[in-house]
Design a protein around this ligand. Structure first.
Ligand SMILES: Cc1cc2nc3c(=O)[nH]c(=O)nc-3n(C[C@H](O)[C@H](O)[C@H](O)COP(=O)(O)O)c2cc1C
Length: 327
């Protein structure tokens, strides 16, 4: 399969595994890359830039295919040493970076000088235009369906993708809500040249996540996620469990939300240790997107990618081909 995304990234299939805090380790990234897609290691899941250097080396031992690293730049009182993580990515010889959160402009010169291709995550047309203007090579357009941070505009991909495609020249990855090939075919019809998935990859054999979490995703329907941190203008889509419901209850109280009231419930440690490692579904906040309603099994990445490709081809040949009929 050949699109501007496969050409840009040097991959067989235009299917990318987006950065995922605590999930995007070398194990998952290598599995996706070996299956012909683009696996992405999540930089900040590694406790230090030195640990990221080791994780990049570990990934290289598991795959000879291209892989990328995600660097998510968020406002923080005590920010991680972003410049040092960036240096670890460049020095590690990684040639693809997925940036998210803040505008990556301060890092662009160093990335370009090192020949690193930049995919920036965007949740709006204006941010996609900005990404193109500062020299990003591609954008990943996260619709309202997505896990993690959908932004505050609430525009699903049926509208957001064609709106971005009408204005941009650089290639687009459709991201958010995608888990099968019928959706991939639809994304191509809307102007994307590849897809990016997060949630669907959590429910794969290789994802370093407790099996109970994967089973909960299989059991869930499409109503099983919710939006938290709305009142803080930092909206996040998460699995609708007891913790998420408690956060929403606190946010619904009159007056401005004090993050201190929520903070103990939503620490990264609870999400990582209690939920993802120990499998306690209600143990903390965990990120998931609407696509959990479409997940019915826990395949390997290889099986998943081949199935998506077969479904996409079937959709193009049968469901969409009727449009070519002139009668
Ligand atoms: C468990 C999990 C953790 C995530 N962590 C991050 C992150 O640290 N940085 C980031 O840019 N995106 C993160 N995302 C978002 C994904 O990279 C991707 O954009 C999103 O999942 C796409 O929507 P989908 O889940 O519907 O496929 C995360 C997603 C999940 C499911």
């Amino acid at each position: 399969m050949k699109t501007r995304i496969t050409e840009l990234l040097g991959i067989r299939y235009p299917i990318v595994q987006g950065g995922m805090m605590w999930v995007g380790t070398a194990d998952l990234a290598a599995a996706v890359s070996n299956a012909g897609g683009l696996g992405i290691i999540t930089a900040l899941t590694q406790p230090t830039p030195q640990a990221l250097t080791q994780e990049i080396a570990r990934c290289r031992e598991m795959t000879d295919q291209p892989f990328g690293v995600n660097l998510t730049i968020l406002p923080a009182i005590d920010p991680p040493p972003y410049a040092e993580y960036l240096q670890a990515i460049i020095a590690g010889g990684v040639k693809i970076i997925e940036t998210a959160g803040r505008n990556p402009q301060p890092f662009m010169a160093a990335l370009k000088a090192a020949g690193v291709k930049v995919i920036h995550k965007c949740t709006s047309v204006r941010h996609a235009l900005k990404a193109e203007a500062i020299g990003c090579d591609a954008v990943s357009v996260d619709g309202f369906e997505c896990a993690g941070h959908p932004g505050e505009d609430d525009i699903p991909n049926l509208v957001l993708l064609p709106a971005v495609a009408a204005k941009l020249s650089i290639p687009i990855l459709a991201s958010g809500g995608i888990g099968n090939g019928y959706q991939m075919a639809a994304a191509f019809a809307l102007g994307a040249e590849g897809i990016n998935m997060g949630t669907r990859f959590v429910a794969t054999k290789e994802a370093p996540v407790h099996d109970k979490v994967k089973q909960a995703m299989v059991a869930a329907d499409e109503r099983q996620t919710t939006l938290v941190f709305r009142t803080l203008k930092n909206t996040a889509r998460a699995f609708k469990n007891k913790i998420a419901e408690e956060v929403i209850r606190i946010e619904a109280q009159p007056g401005a939300t004090d993050f201190a009231d929520i903070q103990p419930l939503v620490t990264g440690t609870r999400g990582r240790e209690k939920v993802l490692q120990e499998g306690d579904i209600d143990g903390g906040l965990w990120t998931a997107g609407l696509v959990i309603g479409l997940i019915e099994d826990i395949p390997t990445c290889e099986v998943l990618l081949q199935r998506i490709l077969a479904e996409a081809r079937e959709a193009a040949a049968t469901r969409v081909a009727v449009l070519l009929d002139e009668q």
